[in-house]
Design a protein around this ligand. Structure first.
Ligand SMILES: O=C(O)[C@H](CS(=O)(=O)O)OP(=O)(O)O
Ligand SMILES: [Mg+2]
Length: 236
């Protein structure tokens, strides 16, 4: 492969399953997912609906159910990295349902490779794309019908890094910091928040792993995948 041929689409713009999809949700689903793994979770089941999430929790009482918005009966956690980083999730399975991120990942469940990403796993995601040598990558910009600038900026940054280009991250992070989503989180418009959420969502490369989603026993399951630093080394 000589480089990534990137296209950027909103969820509604997905007409057919791409071969390789990078689903981006900076604020907050995939920042939360990364923190979930950092806190020890084994896997995340991406739920199709709130009812599905509740049903999974009922069937597996030891699983941890998480949704966006305010705390709700039947759910253990909210979609907030500031809240998540205080949780002990060692060995746990987490069920996640959010408005944008999880919907985007489920929309590309038939793709050959699905990565879920935010700023906190940007370089690991780009490295995985480089090491696997895929030529054509569809970046799913999950927020605001594909217009969310925090997601688009992150997607554009990962696309450039996946080609091995030296990229100054600051303008991309500035766009994310100045996005409507960041303002809504900072001003308390969104619910189920923590004061550090925006800052945590903007921590570039906080984690060394990428996140790969795949269908397992008819559920869409997200797992961390550590990617070797050397561009040509095999993926673990
Ligand atoms: O939790 C979030 O930040 C959003 C939901 S909302 O915009 O606050 O209602 O969900 P996400 O899927 O993480 O973008
Ligand atoms: Mg979002």
């Amino acid at each position: 492969m000589t480089g990534t041929d990137a296209r950027f689409v909103g969820i509604a713009g997905l007409v057919e399953a791409p071969s390789v999809a990078v689903v981006v949700d900076v604020m907050r689903a995939f920042t939360v997912a990364a923190w979930t793994f950092a806190q020890g979770a084994e896997k995340i089941v991406l739920a199709e609906s709130l009812d599905d999430a509740r049903a999974l929790k009922t069937r597996h009482p030891d699983w941890v159910a998480l949704k966006d918005g305010p705390p709700a009966e039947g759910f253990d956690l909210v979609n907030s990295p500031g809240v998540l980083r205080a949780a002990d999730l060692r060995g746990r399975t987490v069920v996640q349902k959010t408005t944008a991120g999880t919907v985007g990942a489920l929309a590309v469940k038939d793709a050959a490779l699905v990565l879920c990403a935010g700023c906190v796993v940007a370089e690991a995601t780009a490295r995985l794309l480089r090491t696997r040598g895929h030529g054509s990558v569809t970046f799913v910009v999950t927020g605001e019908d594909g217009q969310a600038d925090e997601d688009l900026a992150c997607a554009e940054y990962i696309a450039r890094r996946s080609n091995g280009a030296e990229v100054d991250a600051s303008p991309f992070l500035r766009r994310a910091a100045e996005s409507p989503a960041a303002t809504e989180l900072a001003e308390g418009v969104r619910q189920g928040t923590h004061p550090h959420d925006v800052a945590l969502c903007l921590e570039l490369d906080r984690f060394p792993f990428a996140m790969v989603a795949a269908v397992e026993d008819s559920l869409m399951v997200l797992r961390p995948r550590t990617v070797p630093a050397q561009p040509d080394a095999p993926v673990t």
